[in-house]
Design a protein around this ligand. Sequence first.
Ligand SMILES: O=P(O)(O)OC[C@H]1O[C@H](OP(=O)(O)OP(=O)(O)O)[C@H](O)[C@@H]1O
Ligand SMILES: Nc1nc2[nH]cnc2c(=O)[nH]1
Length: 183
Amino acid sequence: MLEQLRKSFQSCPIVKRGEYNYFIHPITDGVPLVEPALLRDVACSLFKALDLADVNKIVVTEAMGIHIGTVLSLMTDIPYTIVRKREYKLPGEVTIGQTTGYSKGTLYLNSVFDGDRIAFIDDVISTGGTIRALLPAIESTGAEIADLCFVINRGNPDIGRPYKSLVSIDVDSEGVHVLDSYF
Ligand SMILES: O=P(O)(O)OC[C@H]1O[C@H](OP(=O)(O)OP(=O)(O)O)[C@H](O)[C@@H]1O
Ligand SMILES: Nc1nc2[nH]cnc2c(=O)[nH]1
């Protein structure tokens, strides 16, 4: 498995965002084109990787967690909620400050409550800034994080707890180098 994903890094454009070497990839950007075979490869591997026993909700972040969350939800019949970049002011909404290697913003977590057992997936982990802010926010609701998986692990950051990835990469100004793949 993951042949499609491993192969897909061969032609990733790299653009500078400040000092940050930002790779452009269908799973993390939705451009240039998201091939169904690649999405299927990722979805089947996420399904294999995750322990979904008694998980009642999948949590993803806007924007590039949405497509993989949708496919995993369809495969597992588990509903998902999107941590949005827009405030909804629904009861229990949790506001989260997000910092990545190239941006700062605010995220809003809704529909996760005490007693939920959630699985979190995202397209990529790089500095870990996003997930390190999200973990306490999810736990502040009383929900339990049953499992955590990123499609792409770019920096193998320490986030204070174990997490899974499908593929680990290194990025430099020349391009993306696949280090290893799992599952
Ligand atoms: O480990 P980190 O350094 O936090 O980077 C990982 C985050 O960066 C991207 O989010 P971003 O909001 O930048 O982009 P998106 O809207 O394209 O998902 C990506 O979707 C991850 O959530
Ligand atoms: N597409 C993309 N998303 C990211 N999120 C954090 N780092 C990156 C990156 O280099 N490329």
